[in-house]
Design a protein. Sequence first.
Length: 288
Amino acid sequence: MTTPISSATTSTTTTPPAAPAAGTSLDATTSPAATGVGSATVDTKAPGAASAPRRTRSEAELKALVEEANELFGERNADTQELLAWAGRTFGKSLAVACSMASDTVVPALVSQHIKDVDVLFLDTGYHFQETIETRDAFASDWPVNVRTLLPRLTVPEQDAEFGPKLHDREPATCCGIRKVEPLDNALEGYEAWVTGLRREETPHRANAAPVEWDERHHMVKINAIVDWTFDDVVSWAETNLVVVNPLLTQGYPSIGCAPCTRKVAPGEDPRAGRWSGLGKTECGIHV
């Protein structure tokens, strides 16, 4: 079972509740999961934007909002709460949050303080660690969000039949494209903005990311709410605000993806060295 280093708050205040004592877990009588404030849905096999709202702004209007945000928040050290307050006022339910259910559960938790029942998009690739699925379920119960589980167009057996077994070992970019990139592309079609857990320190490719960007691939606004945060910042906020995170983070997996493509990281290694190890790949394709 997933052991939260956290539980949850539904308050919109920026003053966090007290964290539990070190080593303390929450039982069923004290965990916010007992309140059932969140919800979860599973999209159909043919993924699309049917569950998402329709866009009402033109591309030009959305680009103007990116310019507005850049004037307000700049390219470095934006205040996360102020940024998300702006996002909530500007986009409301036309905004979604992408979450891998690793350490990035802090992102939909932060957004939920400004947009109640915000859609949280989780990609069920069919290859996840069990701990990742349990983290999704616990988070959906704890926070006032709607977790949308997105499925790829092919099940794992169907993909094996079409491309051969273990496509992830032979053509990881193709596998990620089918199981991650394509479902997310389809799901984002109805939204005007999405929030990510991307952080500059993670990879050289992400080093120049701004708090608010124009997403040319999806023709929408991209909000990198914790782009300036360090991993320690993420863990600290999760502990203080009682947010459930993936327990594999404390078991040698600082970056968590699909089980076949994720290994433990040795002390001193780059935190993402365990992703697609030996394949010369550092991104799944979502942020490129």
